[in-house]
Design a protein around this ligand. Structure first.
Ligand code: ARG
Length: 478
């Protein structure tokens, strides 16, 4: 990068120009350029307040505001050229402002430091990012509901230890993910609250020696309030950790879903077929159709978890107040956001297009003695203590397994030998009765699942309603 030799705002104290290597090493412009709109909005609010409070001449404040608005237009038109030798977005904007309006630009940085400025910008950016993450999580939940509703009656084996355990509705399994992503949605709301205080007025670290109106600036920028301690305000990046933590956990949830999609689409499970548009082939094996989207979603979880560790380590042992280490907050934040949003988006597009093999689900749900618990519960309803029922059915399973029989083919007299309480109604136990019997709130009984689907849809629609973040992109029904 050809940098070096730019005139610095701190030039007064320095006898040498900054080494080009140092400029390249310390620059953050590649990362923080995306905060330019926030930086300008914060500067406009600050300049207006300076004018109102007579801290700078009114006409200079007006010129600054006009100049900044002009820079924002240049940026929107793609005409604003960022200069890496100017280190970061704040100094790029200020330098351009000086080109546009001359000496008055030099008054913008009155009663402000880059320390409270960058803390303000990144909080504003992160609040927006929380809204984007929340909207993407709602869209993914809606996609899961679309898939569940399109396959309302499909059963599959529920697993523990990845061993077939008890039959469940496919929709019930998907609703488990809806719950996870609903909690993630809440976590981003909490993270947003953590970022929702304005640091402006904290200056470099001690506050500023001017009669600033901190509350007015906070209000103009849409903050709920102002930070309480100037040292903390410039040193705090907890809110970044909160965001990346929420993103990492959401990605962990995504990776569990992705792993199941990989398993389900394999010949071994064969529960689902992925849409061709969301799968890839092999360059050597003509028959292959690979679940690469799910694999990469699973694989990219590590990036975000890594960013979380990076952010925690950035803060660990850092003395108060501002240290340049804190500049590392942005790459971690932005990478977490980008990875999360792109992953949620592609999954939300893919899920409603998945084809589910109901026959295969049913075959698998019925196999491997998955109704054994139901037989034991049958005996319990007839009065046997559960432990004894478990033992008796265990012996029945052993008998059946030795002869290669399903439970439904074990003769009644054999059942009676192991537990005299068995009657011929025991032979009526099947997947449907098993599902129906789990009729508790949160259970897999079809009427409970239908109610859970309705409740989830209602909650998601309410949260996605206009005025509550961006409207949800309703996935196309098949
Ligand atoms: N680019 C810097 C950051 O992201 C801005 C603040 C610089 N402040 C300073 N005292 N050098 O943290």
């Amino acid at each position: 990068m050809a940098v070096g030799g730019a005139r610095k705002p701190w030039g007064g104290r320095f006898s040498e120009r900054t080494d080009a290597m140092v400029e390249a090493y310390t620059a953050s412009i590649d990362a923080d350029a995306r905060m330019l709109p926030h930086d300008i909005a914060a500067s406009i609010a600050h300049a207006r307040m300076l004018g109102r409070q007579r801290i700078i001449p009114k006409k200079d404040a007006d010129a600054i505001v006009r100049g900044l608005a002009g820079i924002l237009e240049e940026y929107a038109r793609g005409e604003f050229r960022l200069r890496p030798e100017l280190e970061d977005v704040h100094m790029n904007v200020e330098a351009r402002l000086a080109e546009k309006i001359g000496a008055a630009a030099g008054r913008l940085h009155t009663a402000r430091s880059r320390n409270d400025q960058v803390a303000t910008d990144v909080r504003m950016y992160m609040k927006d990012a929380c809204g984007r993450a929340a909207a993407a999580l709602l869209a993914l939940q809606a996609a899961l509901l679309d898939l569940a509703e399109a396959n309302k009656r499909v059963v599959m084996p529920g697993y523990t230890h990845l061993q077939r355990a008890q039959p469940v509705l496919f929709a019930h399994h998907l609703l488990a993910y809806v719950e996870m992503f609903a909690r993630d949605h809440t976590r981003f709301a909490v993270a947003r609250t953590m970022a929702d205080e304005s640091p402006l007025g904290s200056g470099a670290l001690a506050g500023v020696p001017y009669p600033v109106d901190r509350e007015a600036v906070a209000e103009a920028l849409g903050f709920a309030g102002i930070t309480a301690n100037s040292i903390d305000a410039v040193a705090d990046r907890d809110f970044i950790v909160d965001f990346i933590s929420a993103a990492a956990l959401a990605m962990v949830h995504v990776s569990r879903l992705a792993e199941e999609l990989v398993l389900w689409s394999s010949a071994e499970f064969a529960f689902i077929r992925l849409p061709d548009a969301f799968a890839t082939g092999s360059s050597i094996m003509p028959q292959k159709k690979n679940p690469d989207v799910a694999e990469l979603a699973r694989g990219r979880t590590g990036r975000v978890a890594g960013g979380l560790v990076a952010a925690l380590m950035m803060l660990k042992g850092l003395p108060l107040a501002y240290n340049r280490d804190l500049q590392e907050d942005k790459p971690a934040l932005f990478e977490a956001e980008d990875t999360l949003l792109s992953t949620l988006e592609v999954l939300a597009a893919m899920l409603p297009r998945i084809e589910v093999d109901a026959q295969q689900g049913k075959r698998a749900a019925a196999a491997n003695y998955s109704l054994a618990t139901d037989l034991a519960d049958y005996l319990v309803r007839k009065g046997l203590p559960f432990r004894e029922a478990h033992e008796a059915v265990g012996r029945v399973v052993r008998y059946a397994e030795d002869r290669g029989l399903p439970l439904s083919r074990v003769p009644l007299d054999v059942l009676r030998k192991h537990a005299p309480l068995f009657d011929d109604d025991a032979l009526a136990i099947d997947i449907a009765s098993s599902l129906r019997s789990r009729d508790v709130p949160g259970g897999t009984a079809p009427r409970r699942v239908a109610a859970a689907l309705r409740a989830a849809r209602k909650r998601i629609d309410a949260l996605s309603a206009p005025g509550r973040g961006r409207p949800r992109k309703r996935a196309a029904k098949r």
